[in-house]
Design a protein around this ligand. Structure first.
Ligand SMILES: Cc1cc2nc3c(=O)[nH]c(=O)nc-3n(C[C@H](O)[C@H](O)[C@H](O)COP(=O)(O)OP(=O)(O)OC[C@H]3O[C@@H](n4cnc5c(N)ncnc54)[C@H](O)[C@@H]3O)c2cc1C
Length: 424
């Protein structure tokens, strides 16, 4: 085993940074490691480095972690699987290693729910957060016409980022209906920071058409995207664009938790009040436990870090704040649940599994995930079912019966490094 830590945190987003910060400040001076597959800290919302963010919470957390002599950050490093209880196999660009832990905090975040519709594999079509991440990473969108579509507040954040970087946002297309959106907006009074954020986004997006109760039914173009068809109040609108950024909300990343044997319910990792999972010494915080935004991720991370270092009463002091953000998360889920019509968009020749080019017509013949996988290779490509698994869950109600390790494609050399550890 190359390195051993008291606390290992997987994920350097808000939840992971908060957990590491709380754990590192324990009087026992626990040795803490933070592992993330991105080259910089920050996760999804603070992409590009926590130190670089406007959000002062990000800068404060990162500064404290950098100054702590008991914290090690392992960037661009991916956790592939558990080798044995208390030891993880990780891989970076150069090598594989095992990392030992006493306590493990999973803070692996969420990903977008991408749903198939005709034309969704055309160049120019991407996830909403996906295009935002590219733009934040320097991908040029200046002067491009973009339609931002799908569901959830993320659409507004994405549109604001794209506009800030010079794109023309032709429309924001939200599938949720106006009454549900109005109820959600009224509920923001319970969370003033979110109400303020909504006002700021509203100002930043002034003048952009916002279609509610609407969804993209097709992306059109020959070699790349030219336009999208939007279903709006019984009519079909044809909107010309260079990019479509489309995502139907977020889904917890549960693969690592499942591979470690942690219980997962309704698509999210189950935890007790101290953020402990069903497996001893493994905690989970942030969007892996359910999608609720940055504030919930931060408070769950803090509780997990305190609990992992034995400070239960300090952790308990944050339960009220967590409950408030969980109520916000429940309102979010109710408002932006994807509508049934989205199940009817895929045509027989619409690709559902993008890695293996498997179409809706082939898949719908099968009784479940296992049969489809065995007969069509659906879910067997490099994304390991991360995209088509959630699409087939939504379309056909299929649930993959097991998670395969390593949870990400791994170099053969990384797996070979396991052998000596098996023998010891
Ligand atoms: C694409 C996308 C864009 C978003 N943009 C915004 C936005 O603009 N504004 C907003 O308010 N909210 C945004 N969100 C929501 C945002 O995810 C949450 O508010 C917040 O970032 C959740 O924090 P977290 O710490 O739980 O997870 P995350 O921030 O997602 O952090 C999890 C981290 O764990 C890493 N990780 C996961 N598995 C492994 C592994 N096996 N090995 C190593 N590292 C791993 C991930 O790469 C990631 O860096 C976005 C979400 C997504 C998916």
């Amino acid at each position: 085993m190359t390195q051993h830590f008291d606390i290992v945190v997987v994920g350097a987003g808000p939840a992971g940074l908060a957990a590491a910060h709380a754990a590192a400040s324990a009087t026992a001076r626990s040795k803490v490691a933070i592992i993330d597959d991105n080259p910089l800290s920050g996760g999804q919302i603070w992409r590009g480095g926590a130190a670089q963010q406007h959000d002062r919470r990000a800068r404060a957390l990162w500064q404290a972690l950098e100054q702590a002599d008991n914290v090690t950050f392992l960037p661009a490093t991916r956790v592939l699987m558990q080798v044995q209880p208390g030891a993880l196999l990780v891989q970076n660009a150069r090598q594989a290693d095992t990392i030992g832990y006493q306590k493990l905090v999973l803070a692996t975040g969420a990903r977008e729910l991408l749903l198939p519709f005709p034309g969704w594999t055309l160049p120019g079509v991407s996830g909403a957060g996906g295009l935002q991440a590219l733009a934040k990473g320097g991908y040029p969108v200046e002067g491009k016409r973009v339609v931002v579509a799908g569901s959830g507040p993320l659409l507004l954040a994405v549109a604001a980022t794209l506009r800030e970087r010079g794109a023309t946002v032709a429309a924001i297309v939200e599938q949720a209906g106006l009454p549900a959106l109005a109820r959600f907006a009224a509920g923001l009074a319970l969370t003033p920071s979110k109400a303020l954020q909504a006002l700021r986004l509203g100002a930043a997006l002034r003048g952009i058409p916002y279609y509610t109760d609407s969804y993209v039914s097709a992306a059109c173009g020959t070699d790349s995207l030219d336009a999208v068809l939007v279903q709006h109040k019984g009519a079909s609108l044809d909107i010309a664009c260079d990019y479509l950024a489309c995502g139907y909300g977020l889904l917890p990343n549960t693969e690592l938790a499942l591979a470690l044997g942690c219980a997962v319910e309704a698509g999210a990792v189950s935890t007790d009040p101290w953020q402990y999972t069903s497996v001893a010494n493994i905690l989970c915080a942030g969007e892996g436990t359910g999608v609720g935004g940055v504030d919930l991720a931060l408070v769950e991370g803090r509780i997990a870090g305190l609990a992992a270092t034995g400070r239960a009463s300090e952790a308990q002091a944050h339960f009220g704040e967590r409950d408030a953000w969980r109520r916000f998360a429940a309102r979010l889920a109710r408002t932006f649940a994807p509508r049934a019509e989205l199940r009817t968009l895929a045509l027989p020749d619409t690709i559902v599994c993008r890695c293996e080019d498997v179409c809706h017509g082939e898949l719908r013949e099968h009784p479940g995930w296992r049969s489809a996988k065995l007969h069509t290779r659906c879910g067997m490509g490099p994304c390991q079912g991360r995209v088509c698994g959630s699409a087939t869950d939504f379309l056909y109600g299929w649930r993959p019966d097991a998670v395969r390790t390593p949870i990400w494609p791994a170099r053969a050399g990384s797996i070979i490094t396991l052998e000596p550890h098996k023998e010891t």
